[in-house]
Ligand binder design. Structure first.
Ligand SMILES: Cc1cc2nc3c(=O)[nH]c(=O)nc-3n(C[C@H](O)[C@H](O)[C@H](O)COP(=O)(O)OP(=O)(O)OC[C@H]3O[C@@H](n4cnc5c(N)ncnc54)[C@H](O)[C@@H]3O)c2cc1C
Length: 84
């Protein structure tokens, strides 16, 4: 028997599973796909996410620091720094 069933093994579901375990709950995580899942991802972590992972004790490979982020989707352009 499980105390909680978590549907989805993405970041949200995995985080919920870690929190449930720390609360002493027996959790079952189910996903429609078998891991490892294939997903396009920039692999970037915001400072807020990084701090949260540290607080949770989750180790994540650190490659380099990014000083500026530019997003260009259709007509939408966003940059955290100076536009070229
Ligand atoms: C192209 C792209 C690049 C990205 N790059 C970054 C990045 O660099 N950095 C970053 O922080 N974020 C990035 N993101 C955003 C990040 O992927 C999402 O914020 C994050 O995956 C959301 O996590 P989640 O657990 O809420 O959902 P998901 O990651 O979508 O996980 C949901 C899970 O639930 C499962 N599921 C869904 N429905 C069912 C069902 N009915 N039954 C069983 N299982 C089910 C799915 O298979 C999936 O595994 C990117 C997103 C995209 C699309």
């Amino acid at each position: 028997m499980y105390d909680v069933v978590i549907v989805g093994a993405g970041p949200a579901g995995s985080t919920a599973a870690i929190v449930a375990r720390r609360l002493g709950l027996k959790a079952l995580v189910v996903d429609r796909f078998k891991p490892p899942r294939e997903k396009p991802c920039g692999g970037g972590l915001t400072p807020r996410t990084w701090k949260m992972l540290e607080r949770m004790g989750v180790e994540y490979p650190w490659y380099d620091e990014c000083g500026e982020v530019r997003v260009k989707v259709a007509d939408i352009r966003y940059s955290t720094g100076e536009s070229p």
